[in-house]
Design a protein around this ligand. Sequence first.
Ligand code: NAP
Length: 350
Amino acid sequence: MAERVVIIGSGPAGWTAAIYAARANLEPFVVQGSESQENWDLGRPPLGQLAITTEVENFPGFPAGDLTSYLDDSIDEKTRKYMAPHQKEGVSGPELMELMRQQAHNFGTRSVLEDVTEIDLSSRPFKMKTSGGTEIEAHSVILATGARANYLGLDSEKKFKNAGVSACAVCDGALPRFRDKPLVVVGGGDSAMEESTYLAKYASQVYVVHRRDELRASKIMADRALANEKIEVKWSTVVDEILGDEENGVTGVRLRSTKDESQTEEIEASGYFAAIGHTPNTDFLGGQLETTDKGYVVWTVPFRTNTSVEGVFAAGDVADDNYRQAVTAAGTGCMAALDAERWLAEQGIE
Ligand code: NAP
């Protein structure tokens, strides 16, 4: 029998959609994504981007303080063994996501830790197959597969992830390790401008490393960053290597000129922020619905999560290259569940 709602993806958008759909008695089925090494390496593991961050200080409802006893009560011991330790200030990304998953399951959500490998949106009920061989039919689908930050691909980026390497200044910039220290931001777009301006509030100095001698960013954002006396652009330059050690994490970067490759420079930095764009996790859709030129799913109705395929809704970063916050993803997850519920009712599917 066809599921009424299948949610693909298990970040804040997916679980919030599941919580709302479950409470509407739609018995949602969540295809979480698999724990494959490839998914971890690409930065799209189950539970999404928060599964690969440390503290989350900006998700409403998790103020600073020791939440240990609450977390001990709500998550079983077996699961806790695999979780990053509780940070005592706010909540950690993995903890927040485990709590969302638990909350969705508490209301009767079912889920599998598998990837969707095939999907057919050409006729209803929609059909899909997973990496574990599960075949699913669905009257409605909520896409919540998120996006992943682009990195340069250096081994040192992997080595120092969460030890000074980040792709989200708004999430991580205020952490103690970055305060009053020089930092590096790579990229020349609006994200790089926004992130460097944000980081300049905390850092002693921010170096923007850009591969050309002209920024891609909009003039207004570029002007604001360039006027900030703590921000210096390293023009026509790329990051060759991130420098650091086990104890201190990132301690600096080696830069190389794109105009004269023999020219290198080492600068001291306690943080490295990649701001070279994101890639939405939409490959598996095979172009069956409308996306932007960068692959983001297009919301086709203002203030609704409808996509170009009737019965398919999208929530979170897979359809949002602008806000990209856990709380906005959760918000659109809620919207998608409500949109799906109303659409199913209109179709007479109960
Ligand atoms: P983007 O506009 O695609 O810019 C990416 C930047 O990274 C470019 O400057 C690019 O260099 C550089 N880059 C890409 N790959 C690189 C590599 N391998 N090595 C070195 N540099 C590399 O991405 P974005 O800045 O994340 O912005 C995405 C979208 O969100 C844009 O539409 C932007 O306007 C929007 N946005 C808006 C705001 C806002 O209005 N508040 C804030 C952030 C983002 P090149 O320039 O040489 O290609």
